[in-house]
Design a protein around this ligand. Structure first.
Ligand SMILES: [Zn+2]
Ligand SMILES: [Zn+2]
Length: 222
């Protein structure tokens, strides 16, 4: 079955996003998504927690993290070890792949979003990482170059919103051809490359609202 899953969402579980996972779930449901991955910066959502949330919210919630490696960002679905901020890219990549986690290279060619760059993305893809070729929060030209990269390397491509507020969830997402409506089946399908990115860039007004809310949140936290 074809499930619509946003594979790149930030939440208030860390200091990163502005919306709670419940708010994200409500927005996902309104947008007709079947689920989402929580990928907060350097703060993992682990498999057991994701399964509990899936039951509670009646949506597929995938475990994840966005790791700030020394070379830029990588997404790991189903992280199974500690990935400290500033970890070497190859240490994070090799560790995650040997654990059986899914590694996604987000916004690879966008330097403003800490993309790891085309050369490192190419090396990572050759090791088994997949490419985020549609990120709703980056510029169209960076998505175009990411898409070209995935095509040139013949690696699976995925999409995600990179939302930091609930309203932006599902602006981009991945259609996953999964055997079941649960985290395990979806992760297996992603590993098999049964994915297709869909969606569009987040509206300018929503991006501005995100900037404002994140700034406000940072001030309130401190
Ligand atoms: Zn990022
Ligand atoms: Zn992100």
């Amino acid at each position: 079955m074809r499930l619509r899953i946003d594979l790149h969402v930030h939440s208030s579980k860390s200091e990163d996003g502005c919306s709670t996972i419940a708010e994200i779930a409500e927005s996902a449901r309104e947008r007709g998504l079947d689920g989402f991955a929580i990928t907060d910066h350097d703060a993992p959502l682990i498999y057991g927690e994701a399964c509990e949330l899936s039951d509670e919210l009646q949506l597929v919630v995938l475990p994840g993290i966005e790791v700030s490696t020394a070379s830029g960002h990588i997404l790991i679905l189903d992280p199974r070890r500690d990935f400290r901020k500033g970890i070497g890219l190859s240490e994070a990549l090799n560790g995650a792949l040997s654990d059986g986690s899914v590694v996604i290279i987000p916004h690879p060619t966008d330097p403003l979003s800490h993309g790891i760059g085309e050369k490192l993305a190419e090396d990572a893809a050759k090791s088994g990482a997949i490419i985020e070729s549609l990120n709703a929060s980056t510029l169209n030209r960076f998505n175009a170059s990411a898409q070209k990269l995935a095509e040139r390397l013949s690696v699976p491509a995925v999409g995600g919103s990179d939302a930091h507020i609930a309203k932006a969830v599902g602006d981009a997402y991945t259609v996953v051809d999964s055997k079941g409506v649960d985290a395990e089946s979806v992760l297996i399908a992603i590993k098999k490359g049964l994915t297709a990115p869909e969606g569009r860039q987040t509206r300018k007004s929503t991006s501005l609202e995100t900037i404002f809310k994140r700034a406000k949140r940072r001030i309130n936290i401190k």
